[in-house]
Design a binder for this molecule. Structure first.
Ligand code: AMP
Length: 219
């Protein structure tokens, strides 16, 4: 399946995407993970993106589109993909449409993960992420803590708080989401692809998305 996950920071896109990949062999494409890995590795891309990310601002569309255009043509996308954190602006969505047309594929579903503001804030403040650029497993200090010593259960690397999870950056990310990304809900509604799904507990959210995907398969 070819799916987009929309939702505010803290809506659960990363956790949901990781579980959905196990469902049908689709690959998770998280522009945030790609950018964080580039920042940690100090690549040219990372140097360009770092300041935007730390402030909680969006990285310019041109940089993001270059990443996506290349990534969508890699062989592992053949079985489908789950776009997590992309697109984030109307311009990105419009360009994605053109890329998808050029590649002769189509999107199956756009899921908008919804959660109340107090839930988003609590999740962002308690979220921790594996510092290994090729792992980036997500933890929560209350509900899903890392292993003893703050180590990742998958790769044993230190689990850290993201640089953009300070109070100031979180507020900026939520404002940026409201002004630049939330309009995508209407965009994909008009495209006839949108499904709103409540994102409170992970098992319920995954079950609701699987139900949608299964009903698409039957048509
Ligand atoms: P995320 O992990 O999806 O929350 O992304 C972390 C940060 O990476 C965001 O706050 C942005 O600075 C940047 N970023 C990730 N995806 C995009 C995108 N599609 N467009 C612009 N900036 C992005």
């Amino acid at each position: 399946m070819r799916t987009i996950l929309l939702g505010a920071p803290g809506a659960g896109k990363g956790s949901v995407a990781k579980l959905l990949t196990e469902f049908d062999g689709s690959v998770q494409i998280s522009t945030g993970d790609i950018l964080r890995a580039a920042v940690q590795e100090g690549t040219k891309l990372g140097k360009k993106a770092k300041e935007y990310m730390e402030r909680g601002d969006l990285v310019p569309d041109s940089i993001i589109m270059e990443i996506i255009e290349v990534r969508l043509q890699e062989p592992d996308c053949k079985n489908g993909f789950i776009l997590d954190g992309f697109p984030r602006t109307i311009a990105q969505a419009q360009e994605l449409k053109q890329i998808i047309d050029r590649l002769n594929i189509r999107l199956d579903l756009v899921v908008n993960l919804e959660a109340p503001l107090d839930v988003l804030l609590e999740r962002l403040e308690t979220r921790r992420t594996c510092s290994n650029p090729s792992c980036q497993e997500i933890y929560n200090i209350k509900r899903n803590p890392p292993a003893d010593g703050g180590k990742c259960k998958k790769c044993d690397s230190p689990v850290i708080q993201r640089a953009d999870e300070t109070k100031e950056a979180i507020c900026n990310r939520l404002e940026t989401y409201n002004s630049k990304t939330a309009p995508l809900i209407d965009f994909y509604q008009k495209e006839g692809l949108l499904k709103n799904i409540l994102s409170l507990t992970l098992p319920e959210t995954i079950a609701a998305i699987k139900k949608e995907l299964n009903s698409l398969n039957k048509h």
